[in-house]
Design a protein around this ligand. Structure first.
Ligand code: KG4
Ligand code: ZN
Length: 351
């Protein structure tokens, strides 16, 4: 079990953080990597004491997507309010906090800077350690919130920027079994949603529409890849565009629900098939879904059906699938990295 020694920034006192620490670890975390400004307080990596999310959806709707400069400005406006609400909801003050944490990447640099600097400022002002958190690890850690999940397990990380099948061998050891070679699944959802004229945020709107359509109305292609656990969605995106152009000529009104349902059936079957095979290959019986697309109704349905076949399936509650700060706090607790401290800087992409 990991345990890490951190130092407070002013008095340089040691603070132990992690599952083996002999005192309760209460972590205050901030998330601001994209279009949500969030703060949360989590006890011992699992127990959510407060969870506040300010969404920028209303602002970005008029642009049809996230505009980085606009997002950074919105984070700046929301951050202090969100921090105050997180303390208030939990009924705690900075004195009760063991360490402060914030997402440092990957994400939009201007947006990350707002959250990370707020986190560092809180750490310095209250003489508590600061922990920089990787957003992708945190999505997987969302599965530890309010559950008893422990490694080993297989995680399917599906978000706006990533699509990976990961073997989580222990708290700190992860191996990527497969990943996308081009677009991320969330990106594919958002692009196809735009093609059929659905408003931002595309994924959730496409998901809702798909539930009213025929999933077998149109056949869309599945990529054949060298590593059978990798993904590719760019061909599917082009095929969807061609289908939509053809249907526009044939019909007065585009059969949007059938297109949405056919796209959803195609991608969710691929994700399900490959993840199950990857898990079976290494004899893993526990599968955890993570990332914004794990909120998808069809993906959840397909995976949870495995519960009747001897598998244990985890998926974060809906509010912990999309970006939130509770998962950042959980990751700070389970995966804390002492080299981070106050020197850590933001990064936009994984190296
Ligand atoms: O994890 P997340 O909130 O942000 C990133 O770290 O990328 O994921 C956002 C992605 C977006 O592409 C969004 O359209 C997608 O998750 N998403 C969904 C659903 N809810 C959110 N995609 C499909 N079905 C959903 N219900
Ligand atoms: Zn995310």
């Amino acid at each position: 079990m990991p345990i890490k020694e951190f130092r407070t920034p002013i008095s340089n006192k040691p603070v132990l953080i992690g599952p083996d620490s002999n005192t309760d670890n209460i972590i205050f975390a901030i998330e601001s990597s994209c279009d949500e400004t969030a703060a949360a307080i989590v006890k011992n990596g699992r127990e959510v004491l407060s969870n506040v999310v300010a969404s920028q959806i209303k602002t970005h709707i008029e642009f049809g997507g996230v505009v980085p400069e606009v997002a950074a400005r919105e984070h700046l406006e929301a951050i202090n309010v969100v921090i105050a609400q997180a303390f208030e909801q939990a009924g705690l003050t900075p004195d009760n906090i063991t360490a402060f944490a914030a997402t440092v990447g990957p994400g939009l640099v201007g947006s990350l800077l707002v959250g990370m600097n707020a986190g560092k400022a809180l750490a310095i002002a209250n003489d508590k350690p600061f922990i920089g958190v990787n957003h992708l690890n945190a999505h997987v850690c969302a599965n530890y919130l309010n559950t008893d999940l422990k490694p080993p397990f297989v995680a399917l990380l599906i978000s706006g920027g990533h699509t990976q099948i990961i073997e989580v061998k222990s708290w700190l050891e992860q191996k990527i079994i497969g990943e996308t070679i081009d677009d991320a699944i969330g990106e594919a959802y958002d692009k196809v949603a735009r093609l059929i004229g659905l408003p931002y945020p595309g994924g959730v709107n496409l998901d809702k529409l798909a539930q009213t359509g025929n999933p077998f109305a149109f056949k869309l292609p599945e990529a054949k890849l060298h590593n059978e656990f990798d993904f590719s969605f760019s061909g599917l995106k082009t095929a969807s565009l061609q289908l939509i152009q053809k249907l526009k000529k044939e019909y007065n009104e585009l059969p949007k629900a059938d297109i949405a349902a056919s796209f959803q059936e195609n991608v969710t079957s691929t994700l399900f098939k490959k993840t199950k095979k990857a898990a079976d290959n290494i004899n893993a019986k526990t599968i955890a879904l993570a990332g914004g697309v794990a909120a998808n109704s069809e993906i959840r349905k397909k995976f949870f059906a495995l519960s009747n076949q001897g598998y244990k399936i985890y998926a974060p509650e809906m509010k912990y699938c999309t970006d939130n700060a509770s998962m950042i706090a959980s990751s700070a607790y389970f995966l804390a990295n002492t080299t981070d401290s106050l020197e850590v800087e933001v990064f936009s992409r994984m190296q």
